[in-house]
Design a protein around this ligand. Structure first.
Ligand code: PSU
Ligand code: MN
Length: 303
């Protein structure tokens, strides 16, 4: 078998105890070293403290790992041969015994396949600016349309075309819930300026939505959009200035495919003098907490 469930994850699933999956591309390619390893460990510790079993997802030497030990986390955070793996890369990575960090799309797919219902990330991929010319839309969206998972994010990164991403999520039948808000978050900033149709007050309501989704036999994901508190956000003026410089730099580089998102994230860190990184870590911490609460509410619902 090429899928390895870590022992604590297998035990929690068998007993119906709460489990939260964590994405690894944010660790390997979304956050700079050595903060990425500290963050990966902190996310897991945060869940353990809540009584939730963490399951960081990655590929190591051609094997699917659902839950990593500390040595394996160190590899994902530090090894240069850990590639970015989206859904279409999964079979190739397995067949060639490669190691990879999984994007939201690949994590969602593997997480649902392992019987885990909730996962946490920073921000989802989506439709890139100028996508009408480049066709650059993250595989996160079509995968979430087909995957029974609840994913907690701070919306989509403002490097993207947020309006187009929201339209695509509507088309694809992805349920989007504002967590305590009707304003769609803009990742580093609390409010993207776009309104959502639905807001839920708490984790118990998200669990009820998940149950109703199952009852209806729907295929798609539930996206829980969880904004940062206003006092934690990146100063919107700094954000806008840094973003326009990052987008210009990316265009000058002529990047394509899977390089685009990591480049823009790293460029934002540079353009904000490291401030966007601190905010990114707060975002992920905030999402991990909410995902833990949802997993607990879900476990409490199940018979
Ligand atoms: N959110 C973050 N940091 C990240 C990403 C999301 O806070 O690094 C990653 C996710 O793995 C997401 C990916 O799936 O960026 C999107 O990449 P692309 O645009 O190439 O599909
Ligand atoms: Mn892309």
């Amino acid at each position: 078998m090429r899928t390895h469930l870590a022992e604590p994850v297998a035990a929690a699933l068998a007993a119906g105890r709460p489990v939260v999956a964590l994405e690894s591309t944010i660790i390997a390619h979304g956050l700079p070293r050595p903060r990425n390893l500290q963050a990966a460990r902190a996310f897991e510790a945060q869940l353990t403290e809540l009584g939730v079993t963490p399951a960081t997802i990655a590929l190591l030497d051609g094997e699917i790992r659902i839950g990593l030990c500390d040595e394996q986390l160190i590899r994902v955070a530090g090894d240069d041969d850990v590639v970015k793996v989206s859904v279409r890369d999964l079979p190739v990575a397995l067949a060639t015994h490669s190691s990879g960090a999984t994007t939201v799309a690949a994590t969602a797919y593997l997480t649902a396949r392992a019987g885990i219902r909730v996962f946490a990330t920073g921000g989802l991929g989506g439709v890139h600016r100028l996508a009408s010319q480049t066709f650059d839309e993250s595989a996160d969206l079509p995968t979430l349309a087909l995957t029974p998972i609840t994913v907690v994010s701070a919306g989509v990164k403002s490097i993207l075309d947020i309006a187009a991403t929201l339209e695509r999520m509507e088309t694809l039948g992805i349920t989007v819930l504002g967590y305590g808000t009707r304003s769609f978050p803009g990742f580093w900033v609390t409010d993207s300026g776009y309104e959502l149709d639905w807001s839920v007050p708490d984790a118990a309501t998200v669990a009820q939505v998940m149950a109703a989704r199952d009852e209806l036999g729907l295929t798609g994901a539930v996206v829980v959009a969880n904004p940062l508190a206003a006092e934690q956000q990146l100063d919107p003026a700094l954000h806008d200035a840094a973003l326009s410089r990052a987008l210009t730099a990316a265009e000058e580089q002529g990047l394509r495919g899977k390089e685009v998102s990591p480049y823009l994230l790293a460029s934002m860190v540079e353009q904000t003098g490291g401030r966007s990184l601190e905010v990114n870590l707060d975002i992920a911490t905030n999402n991990v907490r909410v995902a833990g609460e949802i997993a607990r509410a879900w476990a409490a619902l199940a018979p």
